[in-house]
Design a binder for this molecule. Structure first.
Ligand SMILES: Cc1cc2nc3c(=O)[nH]c(=O)nc-3n(C[C@H](O)[C@H](O)[C@H](O)COP(=O)(O)OP(=O)(O)OC[C@H]3O[C@@H](n4cnc5c(N)ncnc54)[C@H](O)[C@@H]3O)c2cc1C
Length: 495
């Protein structure tokens, strides 16, 4: 039985490990954190459990990619998921225009809702949505269909704003169509349309939320890996990789243990992987490219434990920004004027009733705003940092009050996290929300294949291809195709 070690127990590492376990490999997952899951893990304050990362999800309705994949892996019936749409898939609120766009759920309803807001753009909207869906059909593995996995046509790499501007003439509509930019950290003239298409289609077709938190997905994956004889170890931070000739020989963890295997798969930030490899071996172009990759921005988040029966549960996600043009400026702000917007989500509980129990609000923030405190440790940071956090919390609540004037009266307890928290808890590079920032003009600088310069070291995870609840597992499939027959795997998943 061939042994594989996966570095990192986030969604990508766990999906990769479970798929390969099903194919008879002996898997060990090494996770740095005390809790498994990476962006899936949750934390408790008092009796309230909050999600650190993934809280709006897509692709879980019957027949959709995550439903099929999780069914194949035997975990779909273990997941408690609530559809987070009714008539509306998402609400997009532009404060400066005092306008809320309630975007319909489902292709037809979404299209019709846009046509209602922008009747003069009807033809353009219809064509745009069809083009967007066509792009999705061509994203390798998006529909779990067998096809070339490393091919992206030029049409798919056009920057999002250029793609939209070439099809839509109304300026407001151009920005409304990118309402969900904070879910992929899109940058003007750079981020390729296929990323926007993947995320948008997922939410147009109706998003969902985990009932009682995202940790359940990580736990379900671990259970299955262990049932198949694999090991999932936490508090196992890899701090050194030993190389012999052109292959990885072993790796060590912070607690002084050594691990050997036939193959190694890294799901962590490739930049952080560089720190683990012997420096003298990192001279070629491949490694230089990695060291130059740009990261996506980070976020400041507040987690609110609500007073009972005070804040009506909002089923869909609520996006707010000051002005239309802010769509493209989320990461470009003066801290004195921060924040320009936010994304508000009510995570549901079992038998969710009329009133919400908790709120998570994320506002884009750059790592540079907290970098000066990066050498301090969680729980032992300076008073200056705590004051910064408090000020940011107040400023964010001020902004939230525009749409929800009573918000402050609904708070029982409130907690905040910064890009430093994300960096420390997810062990990632500079708190990047979605890993490496993709640039359609220079894909060679922002996209990696699973193969590395070492014969038995492979990559997976959001940094190398796609991010998020659907993107990361698709990336896992691409990595698994280095070990198993992809056509057969997809046919099994689609059964
Ligand atoms: C605040 C926030 C909100 C988000 N919201 C959403 C959302 O609503 N919907 C959505 O779809 N996506 C969301 N995302 C994105 C999503 O969380 C990520 O795309 C996804 O979790 C990436 O999975 P991954 O496995 O590639 O990486 P990660 O989840 O980061 O997993 C990597 C793992 O590797 C571990 N690790 C790192 N270094 C080492 C080492 N040396 N040794 C051992 N282990 C190591 C880390 O601890 C981590 O557990 C959000 C992200 C953040 C940060």
């Amino acid at each position: 039985m061939k042994k594989i070690i996966v570095i990192g127990g986030g969604i990508s590492g766990l999906f990769t490990a479970l798929i390969l376990s099903k194919y008879g490999y002996k898997l060990t997952v090494l996770e740095a954190n005390r809790q498994i899951g990476g962006g899936l893990h949750t934390f408790k304050r008092g009796n309230t459990e909050f999600e650190t990362g993934i809280h709006i999800i897509g692709g879980f309705q019957k027949g959709q990619p995550m439903y099929k994949l999780c069914s194949y892996l035997g975990i779909m019936d273990k997941l408690h998921i609530k559809e987070s749409f009714g008539n509306t898939s998402d609400t997009f609120h532009i404060g400066g225009d005092n306008k809320q766009y309630h975007l319909g759920a489902g292709k037809e309803a979404f299209t019709n809702s846009l046509i209602e807001y922008f009747p003069n753009s009807k033809e353009e909207i219809l064509n745009y949505i069809n083009d967007l869906y066509e792009i999705c059909d061509n994203i390798p593995l998006y529909s779990l269909k067998f096809r070339a996995i490393n091919y992206m046509s030029e049409d798919m790499l056009i920057p999002i704003n250029k793609f939209i501007e070439s099809r839509i003439s109304d300026k407001k509509l151009q920005n409304v169509l990118v309402w969900n930019n904070p879910l992929y950290a899109g940058v003007k003239n750079e981020t390729p349309i296929y990323i926007h298409a993947l995320v948008s289609k997922m939410f147009i077709e109706g998003s969902s939320k985990f009932i009682n938190g995202s940790q359940q997905l990580a736990d379900a994956l671990v259970n299955e890996i262990e049932k198949l004889g694999g090991n999932v170890l936490t508090k196992a931070k890899v701090n050194k990789i030993c190389v012999e000739d052109k292959a990885i020989k072993s790796l060590s963890t912070e607690d002084g243990k050594d691990y050997e295997a036939d193959y190694f798969i890294s799901s962590i930030s490739p930049k952080l992987l560089l720190n683990l490899l012997p420096k003298e071996k990192l001279k070629g172009m491949f490694w230089k490219r990695i060291s130059k990759m740009k990261d996506t921005y980070s976020a400041f988040s507040i987690f609110i434990d609500l007073k009972p029966n005070t804040f009506e549960y909002i089923n869909n996600a609520y996006y707010y920004q000051d002005n239309y043009e802010d769509t493209w400026n989320h990461g470009d702000y003066d801290i004195k004027e921060w924040p320009k917007g936010y994304l508000l989500v009510n995570p549901p509980v079992e038998n969710q009733g009329k009133y919400a129990h908790k709120i998570i609000i994320n506002a884009v923030m750059n790592y540079s705003d907290v970098e000066k405190w990066e050498d301090s440790q969680t729980g032992r940071r300076s008073e200056e940092y705590e004051i910064f956090k408090q000020e940011c919390t107040n400023k964010l609540l001020d902004k939230v009050e525009i749409a929800f004037p009573e918000i402050r009266n609904c708070i029982n307890k409130i907690y905040a996290s910064t890009p430093l928290t994300i960096k420390d808890y997810l062990n990632n590079n500079r708190g990047a929300l979605y890993g490496v920032q993709k640039d359609g003009n220079h894909m060679e600088d922002s996209y990696l294949t699973p193969k590395t310069k070492y014969t038995n070291l492979f990559l997976t995870g959001q940094n190398i291809n796609l991010h998020g609840i659907l993107g990361a597992p698709i990336t896992s499939l691409i990595t698994c195709s280095e070990f198993v027959d992809l056509e057969e795997l997809l046919s099994n998943i689609n059964k």
